[in-house]
Design a protein around this ligand. Structure first.
Ligand SMILES: [Fe+2]
Length: 294
């Protein structure tokens, strides 16, 4: 089998074929995948009927992984998956669909805002790998926007304005945006903001990108209204249709994206239907900027 990539849009995304992700990943295939990620930012692998262990092994062959469990409101009894997995499903520990007004669900649907995974961690995520185990009868697409292309399309004045800016990211900010405001003291402590550069450079290509996320709620040294308005303007710019690929899920799809040069968002689907999606996440190399003690 020859591993090949076919472009999905002129700006972002490619479909891979000629690879069985159940098999151990060769170093030449790993290198080809890293190259394709640099180039396309989102890769779609269809018809990959993987176990969690195979999904884990494929991810681990691409680099060091994040531990995922501190990022949601799930309790220990809700954990359905091995520790390295983010449970992106709408299912509790007994595989029952969350009630529509369940707090864990209302927090989780914050992922319908444009964001970059783990931008609220000091060392944020590199790639995310999301696998569809069970999907709803309609809706539930994931949309991806290319932050490198969005950066390049900015005018020079805006590029100069934002070049050195540093934002504060927290899940408290993204949830505040959808009116989810009630957090326990332990959660506020766990979700306290971290700093990220607003413009970052992809190490292997030297390509700059906007590091935006709905988790970004402040800009260091700026007033809150000015900061929120700039972030909103940039997000509006960066998520225009010409920068976006919308992925319609099929069972056994595995989609991998580069959080350093994309944002993504989930789209709605019927709330009473099960949607079982499982994500592993590669850890980034380093913080994007020095952190300060809160
Ligand atoms: Fe996400």
């Amino acid at each position: 089998m020859t591993l090949r990539f076919r472009e999905l849009t002129p700006c972002i995304g490619a479909e891979a074929d000629g690879i069985d992700l159940r098999q151990p990943l060769s170093s030449s295939h790993a290198e080809a995948i890293h190259d394709a990620m640099d180039r396309y930012a989102v890769l779609v692998f269809h018809d990959q009927d993987l176990t969690d262990e195979q999904h884990f092994a494929f991810t681990a062959a691409l680099g060091p992984m994040e531990d995922a469990r501190t990022s949601s409101l799930r309790n220990a009894e809700d954990f359905r998956l091995p520790t390295a997995f983010s449970d992106v499903s709408n299912l509790d520990g007994n595989n029952r669909v969350f009630e529509a007004n369940d707090r864990r669900r209302l927090f989780a649907i914050g992922n319908r805002l444009w964001h970059s995974d783990s931008s609220f961690k000091a060392t944020p995520a590199k790639y995310s790998l999301l696998r569809a185990v069970r999907i709803p009868s309609k809706g539930g697409n994931t949309e991806f926007a290319h932050m490198g292309a969005a950066y390049e399309a900015l005018d020079d004045e805006t590029k100069a304005l934002i070049e050195e800016l540093v934002c504060e990211h927290s899940q408290l900010y993204s949830r505040e945006m959808i009116g989810f405001l009630e957090f326990a003291a332990e959660e506020r402590e766990r979700f306290k903001p971290v700093r990220q550069r607003l413009v970052r450079t992809l190490p292997r290509t030297g390509r700059k990108s906007l590091y935006l996320s709905s988790h970004a709620g402040r800009i260091v040294g700026w007033t809150l209204p000015e900061a929120r308005l700039l972030l909103r303007d940039l997000t509006e710019h960066a998520t225009q249709a010409r920068f976006v690929y919308s992925h319609p899920w099929r069972v056994h799809d595995l989609v991998m994206w580069d959080n350093r040069q994309t944002m993504h968002r989930a789209r709605p689907f019927p709330a009473h239907e099960p949607r079982d999606m499982r994500r592993t996440t590669l850890k980034g190399d380093a913080p994007t900027v020095e952190q300060v003690a809160a």
